[in-house]
Design a protein around this ligand. Structure first.
Ligand SMILES: [Zn+2]
Ligand SMILES: [Zn+2]
Length: 335
């Protein structure tokens, strides 16, 4: 696979993701996925459980409201876990590890790798590899989750449109072949910190379930509170984080504004700019992939950037990257 003129592991691929942009018909993407062999059955099963179980947990907590008095503590635990693990994905997995928007020492890297893992979106190496592949191809053949991929078996009409949305949102998790880690994330495989956290992924998932369980138990002083703390702060929180993250892949490549010139369909979407802590300013992100700041206007709330800026002020991270006013102007749409 061609990454352009520089080897993977340098930041070049992160800055210039359009190396494989082509005019080939989208059918090629579909054929390529089939030729690669698709998703192994074991991974499909794990993914299915990861996607379905949170819905089951949601049904249980709703049913439980008729039996056990609802406690605002559970909602607070859920929101707290959603905010922290969501920022773990945005600041950690995405801006730090995928795009190297800033540099950090081993303890800070460890923190973000572990926190992002608790979002239950797959091991760090896999997540980053798939996202780098998304930027490399971005709505062209080879993009793992483009809503603009053509799925001819589902027709040209509304059925085809709905399937494309489903595919970009969650379907791709069941269909794509595993992304080649050596090719896409050699830097993370070489780094002992990120390698260790990726290899121990399920332990971090377990810790992300244990924390709300303990909080629920301690704050209510009951075993029922522990069980409901687990359900609200574990799988129900996972449901929220998953679908908001996945909306960046689906919604933010369909609906929103395009203030900057890119060769894909990325959009700035204010709803997910807020709900995904800044990740929804996705057109700006595709225009300036290595920028630590995605909300490139004062009113575009970007919580992940506030977190990054706070770490910079505290002196625990360095080399925070931001586009220059000149490059911002150069890519701004005028019409
Ligand atoms: Zn995108
Ligand atoms: Zn990105």
């Amino acid at each position: 696979m061609d990454f352009g003129s520089s080897s993977m592991g340098s930041t070049a691929v992160l800055e210039s993701p359009k190396t494989a942009r082509s005019t080939a018909p989208n059918e090629l993407e579909h054929e390529a996925a089939e030729l690669e062999g698709g998703c192994p059955p074991r991974i499909r099963l794990i993914t299915l459980i990861t996607v379905i179980f949170p819905f089951v947990a949601l049904a249980i907590v709703i049913a439980a409201m008729w039996q056990v008095p609802f406690h605002g503590t559970y909602l607070a635990i859920m929101v707290g876990m959603y905010v922290t693990t969501g920022i773990g994905i945005g600041t950690g997995f995405h801006r730090l590890f995928t795009h190297k928007s800033f540099t950090a020492g081993p303890y800070v890297r460890f923190f973000w790798a572990a926190l992002g893992s608790m979002a239950v979106e797959g091991a760090l190496t896999t997540w980053v590899a798939e996202h780098r592949k998304h930027h490399q191809h971005s709505d062209a053949p080879g993009d793992p989750h483009s809503p603009h991929a053509h799925h001819p078996e589902h027709g040209e009409g509304i059925g085809g449109v709905l399937y494309s949305f489903y595919y970009a949102h969650v379907g791709w998790l069941f269909h794509n072949s595993p992304t080649e880690l050596e090719q896409y994330v050699p830097d993370l495989l070489e780094d002992p910190v990120t390698n260790f956290v990726s290899r121990t992924y399920w332990w971090w998932v377990a810790l992300g379930m244990l924390i709300p369980t303990v909080l629920g138990g301690v704050l209510t002083g009951t075993w029922t509170g522990a069980a409901l703390g687990f359900l609200w702060g574990g799988p129900v929180r996972t449901l929220v984080v998953h679908h908001i993250t996945w909306c960046i892949n689906s919604v933010c490549h369909i609906w929103g504004t395009r203030p900057y010139r890119t060769s894909d369909h990325s959009r700035d979407n204010p709803i997910f700019g807020i709900l995904a802590f800044g990740e929804g300013w996705h057109n700006a992100h595709h225009a300036f992939p290595t920028s630590a700041r995605h909300g490139l206007a004062w009113w575009k709330v970007d919580i992940n950037y506030i977190v990054i800026r706070a770490m910079e002020i505290m002196g625990i991270i360095k080399n925070v990257r931001r586009p220059s006013p000149k490059s911002l102007e150069a890519k701004r749409r005028t019409a």
